[in-house]
Design a protein around this ligand. Structure first.
Ligand SMILES: [Zn+2]
Length: 483
């Protein structure tokens, strides 16, 4: 393994200069190479790809268990499809990459590189769904999508090509579609929080911030250490706008033809990976929950003599039965190796030399606690089982505690500013998330540089008048800075 980048530590502390910390960790932990020659596109390196592959696995398993079937759709979408839902085309047009030529000839119809695939899936739903017996119809695909971002790009967080899963479902009734939205939220909790260890809040977005073409939009916000929120999975109640555009019709039990109710859900794996890096990483580098770590155990030989190496090989064979494990045989010093693997976030490092050989015990470093422990050689598998169980929980608990402390209740407009400046999320009473509230939201954006992220799905009772205009408040909203 090429280790030239990782041997030097991070030059800044995460909480002092997050932006620099993030830039450095992407490079030094060898997550992505930004030297690709097209602006906004980058090369994902093995260390990030291995983790993201596992993240895909977890999410896909849960989706399949909940009745979604996998598809691979074409990357290209004809322009006429995109135009079938007017809000959708209006929302996405500025971000679309178009193919206008192929085989040296101009195409009769332009092809979009999919920015999202509603208009690909639903033209096929039109052919596949006939009767109420075909419903619910639940699909998903793992795919890369393309969006011409005009805001500054950042590796994993925002680039012009990213990797995600999109689910598309059709139902006979609005109620079933609403239940799907709740299921999507639960899936997010089960995977993003319980497996990846990421705390978030799920909000219903205000009217002015909906997915183009959706009746209602719900999205999870993860808080970054720099006090900005990142939108993670969003789920959309599309209702019948798209099924009318694409004639997704079914014959109901009463013999009548009806439009299906559609939903879609989009967890972006590469962006969720950015949150895993940002939330769990520390001043030494990455930290991974066991379940998504690219490598579980690294063994560092303290001396390089034959008896030590022989024992290490034996140890590797035993560990392999339970966890992924590698030996660092590079010619760096043990100290350099320690730093390197801490940077890489490997959950367990075993330092092994003559001393350990003689005592029949192992010196083990746990990355979740940044702590060395001595383990009897014959207890190592049992010990690794324990770390596998505990380390993800530790990271999750640390992240949850930090997140909870960042949400502050505010009744006065100018106090929002302080909460935001301290890297928090302000919880406020607000007049309306319909169009009437636009002006108050704009004032927050203009004066504080933060945005109204939305309200929780479960009803929360306002505790004051609207924090901006002083009129009667209908909702409790959350206000934060975003990217
Ligand atoms: Zn107001």
């Amino acid at each position: 393994m090429n280790t030239e980048n990782g041997s030097k530590g991070l030059s800044v502390k995460k909480n002092e200069n997050f932006s620099q910390w993030y830039t450095e960790i992407v490079q030094k932990a060898e997550l992505a190479d930004l030297r690709y020659k097209v602006k906004g596109f980058l090369v994902f390196q093995p260390w990030s790809v291995l983790a993201m592959e596992k993240m895909y696995d977890h999410l896909e398993k849960v989706l399949q268990k909940k009745g979604h079937n996998p598809y691979f759709f074409p990357t290209v979408i004809p322009e006429s499809n995109l135009k079938k839902e007017s809000e959708h085309v209006e929302g996405f047009s500025p971000e679309v990459f178009w193919i206008t030529e192929a085989g040296g000839k101009k195409l009769e119809e332009r092809l979009a590189l999919r920015p999202t695939s509603e208009t690909a899936f639903y033209q096929m739903f039109n052919k596949w769904i006939r009767s109420y017996k075909d419903l619910p119809f639940k699909t998903y695909q793992r795919a890369n999508v393309f969006r011409y971002e005009t805001k500054a790009t950042r590796p994993f967080l925002r680039s012009r090509e990213f990797y995600w899963i999109e689910t598309h479902c059709a139902f006979a009734t609005q109620e079933e579609a609403e239940l799907q939205i709740k299921e999507d939220m639960k899936t997010t909790q089960e995977v993003l929080h319980d497996i990846f260890g990421l705390p978030f809040l799920f909000f219903e977005r205000p009217a002015w911030d909906r997915f183009p073409g959706a009746e209602r939009t719900f999205a999870a916000d993860v808080l970054n250490p720099d006090g900005r929120v990142i939108q993670q999975p969003s789920t959309h109640l599309l209702s019948r706008a798209f099924s009318k555009g694409f004639h997704v019709l079914f014959t109901d039990k009463d013999g009548k033809e009806k439009y299906a109710f559609l939903t879609c859900y989009g967890p972006a794996i590469s962006r969720i990976f950015a949150s895993v890096v940002s939330v769990h990483g520390d001043d030494k580098g990455l930290r991974f929950p066991w379940t998504i770590a690219p490598l579980h155990v690294i063994i560092v030989p303290v001396q390089n003599d034959r008896t030590v190496m022989k024992k290490i090989e034996e140890l590797k064979k035993r560990i392999e039965m339970f966890a992924s494990v590698d030996i660092d045989v590079s010619d760096k010093s043990p100290g350099e190796k320690f730093n390197y693997w801490e940077m890489k976030g490997v959950p367990v490092r075993i330092d092994f030399g003559r001393n350990e050989l003689k005592k029949r015990e192992l010196t083990v470093f746990r990355r979740d606690l940044n702590k060395k422990e001595i383990v009897k050689e014959n207890k190592i598998i049992k010990y690794l089982h324990k770390v596998a169980r505990e380390s993800g929980l530790h990271l999750t608990e640390q992240a949850d505690a930090l997140f909870k402390g960042k949400i502050k209740q505010v009744k006065i407009l100018h106090e929002i500013e302080k909460v935001i400046r301290d890297g928090g999320i302000a919880r406020c009473s607000f007049c309306s998330l319909g169009k009437e509230g636009t002006r108050c939201a704009e004032r927050i954006e203009k004066e504080i540089g933060a945005r109204v992220r939305g309200k929780k799905l479960e009803k929360e009772k306002p505790f004051s008048a609207c924090v901006v205009c002083g009129k009667k408040a209908q909702n409790v909203v959350y206000i934060a800075k975003d990217y």
